[in-house]
Design a protein. Structure first.
Length: 284
């Protein structure tokens, strides 16, 4: 055996446990979900094959369309608000020298706190009985108009600090000579941000946009803890609809179809990102 083949075999031997684990906990359940999405199954006992009936039902399901629309609204919000806050927060931190590490820790801390803990704290803070809601006379989580923006605000509070840290790491890799040359030419901070910073961190920006879209369609924890999809479905998203159909209505086959639709949406987003990456020639 040549040294090259020996190294390749050794690499595959090291990867084999990880491949086996992924096959058991990812590939196996994924293939099962595809199969069960074509069946009428309660989650217990035998499944009855019904073909495309679950997907046909999805097309006419008002709850599914409403949850999908909420996911789209959620995605637009997180592509605009936290991304903008993260960009300008990171740029502001890149311009200071003192206490930068402290600010990074403070911004990142909400992200590392368990989402269930964060949601429970904010639920008490916004309570219409004892919290801010009682002071202002507003039921933030019980109003059909305010519940979804309120949940998104809470999730954004924990999410944007992560974006700040990642964007700041990317900005620190930009050649400082570019900023010095721009300053000599009379460019101000905003002009430097637009002409130097943004083009230099474009791969990171697009990658975080990709992850934001995927995570937005997988959002579950904050919605479930704060509202469980209520009131009257005002905060229902695809993941809460899937959970309710699988465990409350015992329609695991239909829930599998919802999950497959979510997976297809993520696959389309990833495919679009890979096409853009290949055309741009990005290394990361």
């Amino acid at each position: 055996m040549t040294p090259r083949r020996r190294r390749a075999l050794l690499a595959w031997l090291f990867m084999l446990p990880l491949v086996a684990v992924n096959a058991l906990v990812v590939l196996g359940p994924s293939l099962s979900a595809v199969y069960y999405s074509f069946t009428d199954w309660s989650g217990i006992g035998a499944a009855k094959w019904i073909g495309l009936d679950n997907y046909v039902e999805l097309l006419g399901d008002a709850e599914f369309r409403s949850a999908l629309w909420h996911n789209i609204q959620w995605t637009i919000f997180f592509l605009v608000v936290p991304m903008t806050m993260g960009l300008f927060g990171a740029f502001a931190l890149s311009r200071i020298r003192r206490f930068r590490l402290l600010f990074r820790v403070v911004y990142f801390l909400p992200y590392v706190v368990a989402s269930v803990v964060t949601a429970a704290i904010w639920k008490n803070l916004l309570s219409p009985d004892v919290g801010l809601g009682a002071t202002l006379g507003v039921n933030f989580l019980g109003s059909q108009a305010l519940s979804l923006p309120s949940v998104a605000f809470i999730n954004n509070w924990a999410w944007w600090g992560f974006l700040v840290v990642v964007f700041l790491a990317a900005m620190q890799g930009v050649n400082p000579n570019l900023y010095e040359a721009a300053a000599l030419d009379g460019a101000g901070p905003l002009r430097q941000f637009w002409s130097i910073t943004l083009p230099s961190i474009q791969p990171t920006f697009v990658f975080l946009g990709l992850m934001t879209i995927i995570w937005s369609f997988l959002s579950f924890d904050y919605v479930f803890v704060l509202t469980q999809g209520g009131p009257a479905g005002a905060t229902d998203v695809l993941s809460t609809l899937l959970y309710r159909e699988a465990f409350a209505s015992l329609r695991a086959g239909y829930a599998s179809a919802v999950g497959i639709v979510m997976a297809l949406i993520s696959a389309v987003v990833v495919a679009a990102y890979l096409v853009i990456r290949r055309k741009r020639g990005w290394a990361v």
